[in-house]
Design a protein around this ligand. Structure first.
Ligand code: GDP
Ligand code: IMO
Ligand code: MG
Length: 426
């Protein structure tokens, strides 16, 4: 299986970092295809915890080529500080990292605009990293491809033009209108380092796949945050779903061999927007505490709730999932009862579909499972799990009509039950 796409099947933070790191042990290349520094992917090795935002989660595997493809929006200052931090920890990422010269630059005014809007009544709880305004610029054809960093004159022209177009918006939001000299001065210290890493990444990725290299296409965010398919307008501004891998990296759909969906054993969401299975009681609080559900980018407490099978079936459908990697099963240990939403009731009628357009009116219908008390961290096969946990897993894959390929029972690499590794013969 040379090309495998990993996507979040919920609202992000499903554990993509951990699973991408595991799969890239056997890979030649890892490619981030969308989003930007709104992502926070956690890698735990031994006692060390590393959170990557822009750099792909395969970075810890020494021989793996790392690519940030053109679907991404990249804040040069965040990237450089992330690379410096990795270097301080003894990880040389810069020499293995290539950046698409067609990815778009997040400049300081994007961050300013994102922050100003989040103070107003249109706030949706973004990560305030400038991701939305940068994608707006790209689609409005006034963005700054990173390739412009090679040519200071062009960079100045593009920045001046974008700033002029944003000026009325910033002024109306009560912000200070940016000055092009200040913007350029802020990014100048990063420019030479960025330019060194630029490349046309589409042919690199496509060639690697054609040469039967093992390539992981690492998704960020999650299906329900997709700008086309998610809980709009409470979404991000990119395409985290599997199709986004084709567009964002420049790979035809026929070249993708497998799509794996990451799903937590329960649900979380950061920021605003509908969340029908959300818990507002002690159980939700307990899941947040035991699961350490606090945003890896912003530190915000994540909202917590039960697993939502209609939402998961939707994710299987819209991504064409071949397999599920289920994470954080261990977090449910100790609960007397584990619930899962199997359907929705709207106006007295039940539906098994995810009612994207009726989420405010839809009431979850739950099925209850017996909990388990055993610690799961030592489990390496399904047989090591308590029967109640196995019943829960079986129900999920039957209802989702998608088999588990992996079950994660702790944050460390070894706390994992691998059922079918995409790069290893079974
Ligand atoms: P991502 O954005 O999808 O990469 O996920 P995050 O890194 O934002 O959040 C997932 C969190 O759960 C991180 O703190 C991981 O270390 C942690 N994690 C991943 N898998 C497991 C697991 O199976 N059990 C537990 N307890 N923690 C996990
Ligand atoms: P990873 O890759 C969870 C959410 C924000 C907000 C909405 C829009 O770590 O799973 P944005 O800053 O993108 O304009 O915010 O999307 N969001 C995420 N939530 N995990 C993420 O990434 C997210 N990236 C964006 O909280 O609701
Ligand atoms: Mg995250």
């Amino acid at each position: 299986m040379p090309a495998v796409v990993i996507v979040g099947a919920q609202w992000g933070d499903e554990g993509k970092g951990k699973i991408v790191d595991i799969f890239t042990e056997d890979a030649d290349m890892v490619v981030r295809y969308g989003g930007g520094p709104n992502a926070g992917h956690t890698l735990v090795v031994g006692d060390e915890k590393i959170i990557v935002r822009l750099v792909p989660s395969g970075v810890l595997r020494k021989d793996v080529a790392c690519v940030l493809a053109q679907g991404m929006v990249i804040d040069p200052r965040s990237l450089v500080s992330e690379l410096d931090e990795l270097e301080r920890r003894g990880i040389d990422a810069a020499s293995r990292l290539v950046l698409s010269d067609r990815s778009h630059a997040i400049l300081p005014y994007h961050v300013t605009i994102d922050g100003l809007r989040e103070q107003g009544k249109g706030a949706i709880g973004t990560t305030k990293r400038g991701v939305g305004p940068c994608y707006e610029d790209k689609v409005a054809r006034r963005g700054i491809p990173l390739g412009a960093f090679r040519d200071p004159k062009r960079l100045r022209e593009l920045a001046a033009s974008a700033i002029a177009q944003w000026t009325p918006v910033i002024a109306s939001l009560g912000g200070d209108v940016p000055n092009v000299d200040e913007v350029l001065a802020a990014i100048e210290p990063t420019r030479a380092r960025i330019v060194k890493m630029l490349a046309s990444t589409q042919p690199l990725v496509e060639r690697a796949i054609r040469d039967k290299k093992k390539v992981v296409l690492e998704g960020a965010q999650g299906t329900l945050l997709d700008v086309d398919h998610g809980t709009y307008p409470f979404v991000t501004s990119s395409t985290p779903t599997a199709g986004g891998a084709c567009v964002g990296a420049g790979v035809g759909p026929s070249r993708i061999d497998e799509v794996v969906g990451l799903v937590k054993a329960y649900t979380t969401r950061v920021g605003g927007g509908p969340f029908p299975t959300e818990l507002h009681d002690g159980v939700g609080e307990r899941i947040r505490k035991v699961g350490a559900e606090f945003g890896s980018v912003t530190g915000r407490p994540r909202r917590t709730g039960w697993l939502d099978l209609p939402a998961l079936r939707f994710a299987v459908s819209v991504n064409g999932l071949d397999g599920l990697a289920l994470t954080k099963l261990d977090v449910l240990t100790g609960l007397d009862e584990v619930k899962v939403c199997v359907a929705y009731e709207i106006d007295g009628k039940q539906t098994r579909d995810f009612p994207l357009d009726d989420l405010d009116r839809a009431k979850p219908v739950y099925r209850s499972f017996k909990g388990w008390k055993e610690e799961l961290g030592g489990a390496r096969t399904l047989a090591d799990l308590p029967v109640a946990a196995r019943d829960y897993l079986k129900f999920i894959e039957d209802e989702a009509e998608c088999p588990h390929v992996l079950v994660s029972v702790g944050s460390r690499r070894d706390e994992t039950i691998v059922l079918r590794h995409p790069f290893r013969a079974s």
